[in-house]
Every structure is written in structure tokens, then in C-alpha cells.
Design a protein around this ligand. Structure first.
Ligand SMILES: Cc1cc2nc3c(=O)[nH]c(=O)nc-3n(C[C@H](O)[C@H](O)[C@H](O)COP(=O)(O)O)c2cc1C
Length: 379
């Protein structure tokens, strides 16, 4: 696809101007990245959860992507305190939507299925794998370890249906779109990655066929909503099972992975990098988000250590080193080069609900560094 020619000279202020991105109108280009908080007992988001997201909306962010929320399938989640996106959890989500809209931001739920990662997460050890309800493309957790039977076609259809039902509910509840969690080694990514997908049917064997499960989900979400309901797709090269993993080793391979998803109806891509400025392929400074824009012609979100000095892995996921505040000076020039359309901020939003307003006002000294202790409760 041809690349959009860009001729602009931006400052950080440019990114605070309203924008229309693939049917999503936002008051600025800053996004709260999805972050699991495990504060929804029995999977139902509480009033505190609604207040937590509402506070970030009042803090000036343009779009909120919620924490991963599990679709209505028995093996989707690994923790009963992670919010579900089904049944009796939906009224809690309505409160969240209303609270965020009252604060002037847009919001999409991140629809998620853990696949075989769920028990690894829940227990931190290999415990209880292989239960009948566990699902995985080929039964592999990573490149070395087979755990359970491959998913049957019926199993696949049940998960695709669950994602479509969740998309339908998101639309009905007044969300501004959805994000599909296709990153970090969870179920959709287990299909995308050769390390976990050993199938030789229409869901495996080539890069394009490994995207078929994700494409089926995107198409079902489109079918269960409307043609103009924004669908964001998050993906990553790295996996929690293997930080060196790569879905694509060249731009051509990236195009083969993403084209079926474009054809199925993805509007915006969210390539999850741990360092937003890092070049992706040899011989070019372009980031994964920049390459994604180039090979798909779709808008992209950058993420990973925006405003922070240590990346997610260096700082530890839920524990580990604190990360100091860092400069944002690279960002406007990257925007001018056509690397991204939206900028997602994760850890800094945990301790700084007002991060956007502080950056906009130039009050960078007010921003607190990240510390994992900030995750202890919702504030
Ligand atoms: C506590 C925590 C929970 C996270 N939960 C999710 C999640 O539910 N879904 C997801 O796609 N990424 C999740 N992430 C990754 C973030 O969305 C983001 O990509 C990552 O933190 C890098 O951005 P940052 O450097 O600005 O924090 C989580 C990160 C943290 C720190």
C-alpha cells in the first residue's frame, strides 16, 4: 500500500489537538494503555473501578483502553478478580463507560482470552495444565512444551462466538469501539506465533494462515456490531513465554501477518513495543508502529516507556525496579516522520491520573516516577 506523505513540523501541543482516527474522534492523541488491576471481585467492575477510569478521563487523556477483560468462555481468565465482559459484569461496565464519558474521554474495552497462559499466571508454576477446558491452537505453551490437545474446530468456533458476543455488548453499552488483545502470548497470539501454533489446517502452516483465527474473530466482531464501530488490534513481537520471539522478521512478513486482519475489518493497529522509539528491522530507523502504518495503510498507536526511563521488563511487571520520568522530546519528530497516530501511556497513568493535563500545562515536575507499589490499590 502507498505511504501517506506527511509534511509537518509538530510540537507536543500538536498532539493535544482533536483528531479523527479511523472513525474514532478523540480530543487529543494520548491513550491510556490497557493495564490489568485485578480489582473486580467475581469479575464484576465495582464503583471504584468506574471512579478510577473516570479520574483518568478527567485528567485529560483522549482515549482509555481498559484492562484486559475476559470474553464469555470458560477458559478465558486466570483470576476471578479480573473483570469479565459478559452477563452480570456488564452493569459494572456501563458505570465505567458513563464515568469516562462524563470526563470527556473515549473508551474501548480490551477483549481478552488467556489461552494456555492462564494457569501459568495464576500459579506461577506448571500446575493443573491439561484440564479439558484449557484451549490452545496446538497444545503448546511455548516452543518446548506441549500441554494439552489442540483446539478442535468446534472449540475455535466457540471462542470466536464469545468474542463476537462481547463486541456486541460493548456496542450496546455505548463503548466507542473495542480492542482485541492479540499480543503478549495470550490465546490470539498463540495462534499468530509459530512457537505455539503447529497446526496444518486453515489456522496454521504459513504466516497468513496463522492469522486466520484472529481474522475470524475480527470478522465476527464486525458482524456483531456496525461497519463504523472501531476495531483496534493489539499485537506484539515479544511473548511473556519468550521475550526474543518474533512474529515477523522483515516488513514483508509483517504484511503477511497483518493483511488478513485488515481484510477482516481492523481499523487501528496497536503494536506493543517496550521502547516506543526502537527500530524494528535491520537497515531502517522505522519502529514497529511505523512499519505497521506503512504495510497496512492503517493508523497505529505507539507504546512502551513513553515518559519513562526503564521499560516494562526492566522495571518488572508487577514488582521490581521503579522507573524515573524521562523526556518526551523524541515524540513530535516521530509524529512528523509518520511513525504513529496515537500515543499510549501505561505505567505513568497508574500513579498520575492527571498525566495528560500536567504534560499539556508543561508541569513535568509534578509527574511522579513509577513504582510497582502504586499497583497496591486503585487510586
Ligand atoms: C500492571 C500492568 C498491567 C498490564 N496489563 C495489560 C493488559 O491487561 N493488557 C495488555 O495488553 N497489556 C497490559 N500491560 C502492558 C501495558 O499496556 C503497556 O504496553 C506496557 O506497560 C508498556 O507501556 P509503559 O512503558 O508506558 O508502561 C500491563 C502493564 C502493566 C504495568
Amino acid at each position: 500500500m502507498s505511504e501517506v506523505t506527511i509534511d509537518r513540523s509538530s510540537t507536543l501541543d500538536t498532539l493535544f489537538e482533536p483528531a479523527q482516527i479511523a472513525g474514532l474522534s478523540v480530543r487529543n492523541r494520548f491513550v491510556m494503555a490497557p493495564m490489568t488491576r485485578c480489582e473486580s471481585p467475581d469479575g464484576r467492575p465495582t464503583t471504584e473501578v468506574a471512579t478510577y477510569y473516570g479520574r483518568r478521563a478527567q485528567g485529560g487523556v483522549g482515549l482509555i483502553i481498559t484492562e484486559g477483560t475476559s470474553v464469555g468462555h470458560p477458559a478465558a481468565s486466570n483470576d476471578s478478580n479480573i473483570p469479565r465482559f459478559e452477563g452480570d459484569a456488564l452493569p459494572g461496565w456501563k458505570q465505567v463507560v458513563d464515568s469516562v464519558h462524563a470526563g470527556g474521554a473515549r473508551i474501548v474495552p480490551q477483549l481478552w482470552h488467556a489461552g494456555l497462559l492462564r494457569k501459568w499466571h495464576a500459579h506461577g508454576v506448571k500446575h493443573g495444565y491439561g484440564a479439558r477446558q484449557d484451549v490452545s491452537p496446538s497444545g503448546w505453551l511455548n516452543s518446548d512444551e506441549k500441554i494439552c490437545d489442540p483446539m478442535s474446530i468446534d472449540d475455535i468456533e466457540a471462542v470466536v462466538t464469545a468474542f463476537g458476543a462481547a463486541a456486541h455488548d460493548a456496542h450496546e453499552l455505548g463503548f466507542d469501539g473495542i480492542e482485541l488483545q492479540g499480543a503478549h502470548g495470550y490465546l490470539i497470539d498463540q495462534f499468530l506465533w509459530a512457537g505455539t501454533n503447529r497446526r496444518d489446517d486453515r489456522y496454521g502452516g504459513t504466516l497468513g494462515r496463522r492469522s486466520q483465527f484472529a481474522a475470524d474473530i475480527v470478522a465476527e466482531c464486525r458482524r456483531m456490531t456496525t461497519p463504523d464501530f472501531p476495531i483496534i488490534f493489539r499485537f506484539s513481537q515479544w511473548k511473556q513465554q519468550d521475550y526474543t520471539a518474533q512474529l515477523a522478521t522483515t516488513p514483508e512478513e509483517l504484511e503477511q501477518v497483518l493483511s488478513p486482519l485488515c481484510d477482516a475489518g481492523v481499523d487501528i493497529f496497536h503494536p506493543s513495543q517496550r521502547r516506543y522509539w526502537q527500530p524494528e528491522f535491520d537497515g531502517s530507523d522505522r519502529t514497529l508502529a511505523g512499519w505497521t502504518r506503512k504495510v497496512t495503510g492503517k493508523p497505529a498507536i505507539i507504546v512502551g516507556s513513553v515518559g519513562l526511563a526503564l521499560d516494562l521488563r526492566q522495571a518488572g511487571f508487577a514488582a521490581g525496579a521503579a522507573a524515573e520520568v524521562a523526556s518526551l522530546e523524541r515524540i513530535p519528530a516521530m509524529f512528523d516522520r509518520g511513525e504513529f497516530d496515537l500515543v499510549a501511556v501505561g505505567r505513568l497513568m497508574v500513579g498520575n491520573p492527571e498525566w495528560c493535563n500536567a504534560v499539556r500545562a508543561g508541569h513535568l515536575a509534578d509527574i511522579k516516577p513509577y513504582s510497582s507499589e502504586m499497583l497496591a490499590r486503585l487510586t
